[in-house]
Design a protein around this ligand. Structure first.
Ligand SMILES: [Zn+2]
Length: 113
């Protein structure tokens, strides 16, 4: 499952970070997930709670912020919120849209003890 491998790599990353800081427990993780990242937030939460068992992130509070995707029209330069890869420019109706943001999945912050 896609979300399970994401959850595990996030846990790996935060566990490594906690170790570097000399901490043994991760109590909070804040993620930013773009609308076009292809990640199901509910599914990711579910996978996370399973994947964090017996790791330093066990019981950590997971906060996921979903961020809107933004596209930029290659024809007229307009930027606008988009909900799919095949968005139409609202100002010139062209389909030549570049994804500016919305595909990211990143760890914004972690809380460690
Ligand atoms: Zn346009």
């Amino acid at each position: 499952m896609h979300e399970m491998s994401i959850a595990m790599s996030v846990i790996d990353a935060v566990t490594e970070k906690a170790r570097q800081e000399g901490c043994s427990k991760v109590t909070g993780i804040e993620l930013v997930v773009g609308h076009l990242s292809g990640v199901e937030v509910e599914s990711l939460k579910f996978c996370f709670s399973a994947a964090c068992r017996d790791t330093p992130a066990d019981g950590a509070e997971l906060v996921i912020e979903e961020c809107e995707a933004v596209g930029r029209c290659e024809a007229c330069g307009e930027t606008f919120p988009i909900t799919s890869f095949y968005a139409k420019c609202p100002s010139c109706a062209q389909f030549r849209v570049q994804i500016e943001s919305g595909q990211e999945l990143s760890v914004r912050s972690i809380t460690i003890e």
